[in-house]
Design a protein around this ligand. Sequence first.
Ligand code: BGC
Length: 355
Amino acid sequence: MNKKLVSAAVAATMVLSLGAMASADDAKTVGILMPTQSSERWINDGANMKAQLEEKGYNVELQYAEDDTAQQVSQLENYIGKQVDCLVIAAIDSGVLVNAEAQAKEAGIPIIAYDRLLMDTDAVSYYATFDNKGVGTVIANYIKEHKDLDAAREAGESYTIEFFMGSPDDNNALFLYNGIMEVLQEYLDDGTLVCKSGRTSFEDTCILRWSQETAQANCENILTANYADEDLDIACTAFDGFAYGVKAALLGAGYSADNWPLVTGQDAEVMATKNIIDGTQTMSIYKDTRLLASKAVTMVDAVLQGTEPEINDTEQYDNGAIVVPTYMCTPVAVDQSNYQEVLIDGGYYTEDQLK
Ligand code: BGC
């Protein structure tokens, strides 16, 4: 190469790399807040969001608060101080975030609510979630079909059932409970389902911060107090973590394959899927976190690039201040009959992960 060509090539390289630096510097930053790493689903949600946003050229900051509400508030304040361009929030208890969200709005930082609705704020632009009431109806319909409650009713038979519902500070939990009761209430009313503890209301069955330990303790107490002479037939739980707690309580109370109840869950975590395979959990709800992340990413694009996000609900999610435009993904029941097709063939897990 002659001298002229060399310097032209150097100059071109400099222009290219300066260009790349400029575009990296210009890239907008998205601050993501996730509730906890104690449950696998949120780890997947965070990783999927980060990867998908980075692929689109955004800078991403990702923080977990380990179910500590004060920590999540300070993480949010920190993002606002750093002047991130957009916030994506999966709240622990959205009630405590209201003031900081107002500050974000003041600072011109748009907010996307992720999976859990942000309550009592007008600072939220969009909400990406699963059909939370739908999760409840899918769980309850699974129970209805697999225990054939209509046939039991005809025959004058009954099943015992206990409920382990979600956190009262998470809007999703009441939606899910309402979905369950929309299907099961009539069978509780006519005695086809018998809840021996008498704990059927949301207030009596909700579990703060979705705690596995509390679910286990509640189940142990219920089994001791109410099921000395009769088996529990159905443990209707709202979360895989609860199903793990219930499993430990059932093992402790001497349950075995012969009298193991139908146990429900939510999230189709790896451990839950293994339990489904070995029969200690009956079903779970598969929520494809890749899909949810992709919907949230379209919302980030919408607020930062002025595009139109896909919305399929403009009525259900009233947060007390505004009705938040929402995209709801569809939950799917998984059990022994379809986990292979849905989870493995669908590329969510590899066969090896489930060994
Ligand atoms: C989510 C569920 C999850 C639960 C506990 C809810 O807000 O929608 O998928 O199981 O939190 O982490």
